[in-house]
Structures are given as C-alpha cells and as structure tokens.
Design a protein around this ligand. Structure first.
Ligand SMILES: CC(C)(COP(=O)(O)OP(=O)(O)OC[C@H]1O[C@@H](n2cnc3c(N)ncnc32)[C@H](O)[C@@H]1OP(=O)(O)O)[C@@H](O)C(=O)NCCC(=O)NCCS
Length: 277
C-alpha cells in the first residue's frame, strides 16, 4: 500500500539521502526552503510506512515547477514516480497553476511525455572547477534591495517570484549580484551547494553584455569555489561566454512544459535551479 503525504521537516534526512545517492548536491537547507516556500506542495511516498520517494513543487501564481523527483532504486518501475508526479500536478492545478514546467533528465523523458509534458528546449548545465588563484573577497555586491530586484525580475520574466527571492535573500544576503547604477539592469543569486560548491542562478539581465559583467563579478568573488550554472539553450551566446570563462559542459536536461506554452526567457541567462525553474 503506497501513501503519499506532504513532505515535512522530519523527512529532510531521507530527502537528502536520496539526492546524495543521485549526486545532486542538495543540502538540508535546500529542502527546508522548498518546504517553507510550498508547505503543502512537496510530497513523500511511503510503502507500509517506509519512505520510498519524493517530489517537490514551486508555484509562481498561475505558473508552476516540479522537481526533485526520486524513487528509491529498489522500488523503481512500479509507477511510484508517476503517482508522485500526478500528486504534484494535482496540487499545482488546485492552486490555479495552468502551465507546469520541469527539467527532465533523458532517462525520465518517457515518463514525463506520458504525463503530457512536451519538450521546450535543452536545459544546458555547466560547471567550473575551483581556480586556486582567486582569493575570496568579502563585500556586498548588490546596490539594490530585494524589492527592487523582485520588481526587475517581474518586469523581465513576468514571473512573480518575490516570495522565493525573499527567502533566498534573507539567507544569503551577501551573494546577490546586480548590474546598473541607478536602475537595475540585471541580477544573479549565488547559493551554497553540498561541499564547497556554489550554484549561480537565477541570472536575469537586459543583455548578454550585462550578464557577462555580472558573471565576471561572481568569478572575482567566488572563482576559488566549484561553480555550477544552468543555461537555457535559447541563450547560445551566453553559453559561449561561459565556455570562454573556464566552464565546461555537464549532462543537460530537457526543459518541458504541460499546459499552455509560456515564453518568459527573453532575459533569463541562467535558471533558478533544476527544481525551481
Ligand atoms: C525517474 C524516476 C523517479 C521514475 O520513478 P519510477 O517509480 O521508476 O517511475 P514509474 O515506474 O512511474 O515510470 C517508469 C519510468 O521511469 C523512467 N526511468 C526508468 N529508469 C530510469 C532511470 N534510471 N533514471 C531516470 N528515469 C528512469 C522511465 O521514463 C520509465 O518510463 P518507461 O518505462 O516508459 O521508459 C526514477 O527512475 C528515479 O528516481 N530516477 C533517478 C532520479 C531521477 O533521474 N529523477 C528524475 C529527474 S528529472
């Protein structure tokens, strides 16, 4: 008998053990944040009381994102993944979400296609190994408040992500990067991942040039750490910039959507994360 219930803070150790097994680099804080942002939108599957899988969702008004879908290896191939996905989809629909997106790894694409997700574009992944010559610099990089950044983000993407940006900014105040003197022209958030790694994203900017300037500031500050970033394949110029700055390709995913297709990527140079869009 399989039960699906809301993922709670009591389940975080299990959730991290699952993402560790997949080498996804999630921390306990990542799940604490996902649960605090969407308390009823993250789910755990149990069979006879034993944890066997999880999924998370995030909603931005009528747009939603599903991520962190994992089923214990011993229980794969018995529709637990599909059950978890259906639960997350239903939950998002109940909140008024009409378009759902996700980043799917290649082996899972047939599952997502079965669930009526359609391919949108390749979601490229890059990493950059630590550069020992860069010394960490303290300092605040953002000239703008989180409110200013959320307004910029809303204008640039149409996605009301202020609640999520607030949660991150409260935790990681010193790692917001912005461009522009009087008017915000772009921003990026850089957050800790498991180990010493850091993830860049979202990176939203008026142009590739502005995005490159923000990237340079990030490399000056955090180049001594391993860095990861996810870039929509619709930004080939920015992908080239990353390659020229020492990033290398890792395995891409496929960005997929369910419901009406929504175009909001004009200024998005890096995604928030694999599980939040
Ligand atoms: C993807 C995953 C959650 C599916 O769970 P599941 O309970 O086995 O799923 P179901 O039984 O409902 O459906 C089986 C589907 O899983 C997918 N799948 C099979 N093996 C897989 C693997 N090693 N990795 C990813 N997906 C796989 C296939 O799409 C399969 O559908 P198919 O039989 O039509 O090819 C599970 O394989 C898993 O945890 N994989 C590792 C983590 C991962 O890759 N998550 C997806 C991130 S986008």
């Amino acid at each position: 008998m399989i039960d699906i219930t809301a993922l709670t803070t009591n389940d975080i150790a299990f959730a991290v053990s699952m993402t560790d097994a997949e080498k996804w680099g999630y921390t306990a804080e990542d799940f604490r944040r996902l649960i605090s942002i969407e308390p009823q939108g993250c789910f755990i599957a149990r069979e006879n009381g034993m944890e066997i899988g999880l999924v998370t969702s995030t909603s931005y008004d009528n747009f939603g994102f599903i991520g962190s879908l994992i089923v214990k290896e011993s229980h794969r191939g018995h529709s637990v993944g599909e059950l978890l996905m259906r639960q997350a989809i239903e939950c998002l629909h109940d909140k008024g979400v009409v378009t759902i997106e996700l980043d799917g790894v290649f082996p899972a694409l047939s599952l997502y296609r079965r669930l009526e997700f359609t391919d949108k574009y390749l979601s490229l992944r890059f990493k950059r190994l630590p550069d020992k010559n860069v010394k960490y610099k303290e300092g605040k990089s953002s000239l703008f408040s989180v409110d200013d950044i959320a307004l910029y983000d809303l204008a640039a993407t149409g996605l009301p992500r202020q609640h999520v940006l607030n949660t991150y900014a409260a935790e990681f105040e010193r790692i917001l990067f912005t461009a522009g003197n009087y008017k915000c022209k772009g921003f990026a958030l850089v957050r800790s991942r498991a180990g010493e790694a850091m993830a860049i994203g979202p990176l939203v900017a008026d142009s590739d040039k502005v995005a490159e300037k923000i990237l340079s500031d990030i490399l000056d500050r955090f180049g001594q750490r391993q860095l990861t970033i996810g870039v929509p394949a619709v930004r080939p110029e920015f992908a080239r910039v990353l390659l020229s700055r020492g990033f290398i390709y890792t395995q891409p995913s496929v960005r997929m959507y369910r419901g009406p297709r929504r175009e909001y990527e004009n200024h998005i140079h890096a995604i928030f994360s694999a599980e939040k869009g």
